[in-house]
Design a protein around this ligand. Structure first.
Ligand SMILES: [Mg+2]
Length: 198
């Protein structure tokens, strides 16, 4: 059962948690794959975009990493105007006190999307001013399900792990929570909760 009792920081994933992005992920993956081959003459295993970026981190090729971030940003922003807010999550963020969340609880985003995509998405959903900290694709070097992003947020707000809760839509999100020792729930559970009270 999801509970916000004693939670001082609530962290959200972005895509399929707060909004639905409409980027052409297939096209983006192809662009990254092509670029990787062009630069390194080797193939990048495409289990996930993060696994490909991790290879660049291994090579400590920070300039190339920036080029990859640029590519991701470019494809994410291409269809940004078609972004669809998830109404239940937006309602929760706007009315969090209705759900037993105290007024001074901080809200943060931990997403694999680029910062600009996150900012634009939050603006489209009308909740930009409700979010206190954003950790995007460019802000970590080990991506979910690695715990780095969650720990950065925990340290930023100087709270204990027990005072943090993370909400996301994917198994990767839940695994990141486990790896960080932070409670993580599927957003579906929050959506059910909101629909009961709305
Ligand atoms: Mg997601």
């Amino acid at each position: 059962m999801i509970s916000f009792k004693g939670k001082k920081v609530i962290i959200f994933d972005l895509d399929y948690t707060i909004v639905k992005l409409r980027a052409d992920w297939h096209k983006l993956r192809n662009a990254l794959r092509d670029r990787f081959f062009e630069v390194y003459g080797e193939k990048c295993e495409f289990k996930s975009m993060s696994s490909c970026l991790s290879k660049i981190v291994e090579k400590e090729d920070w300039e190339e990493l920036d080029i990859f971030f640029d590519l991701i940003r470019q494809y994410e922003l291409e269809n940004i105007e078609d972004t669809v807010p998830i109404l239940e999550t937006v309602f929760f963020i706007e009315q969090k006190e209705l759900f037993g969340v105290s007024d001074d609880t901080k809200l943060a985003i931990l997403s694999l999307n680029t910062r600009k995509t996150i900012l634009k998405s939050l603006a489209i959903a009308g909740i930009r001013d409700k979010i206190h900290l954003i950790i995007g694709r460019e802000d970590v070097r080990k991506w979910k399900p690695e715990p780095e992003g969650l720990l950065i947020i925990q340290n930023y707000f100087k709270v204990n792990k027990e005072e943090v809760i993370f909400l996301g839509d994917s198994d990767t999100d839940i695994q990141a929570g486990k790896n960080a020792g932070i409670d993580a729930f599927y957003i579906e559970e929050l959506i059910k909760l909101v629909n009961k009270r709305r």
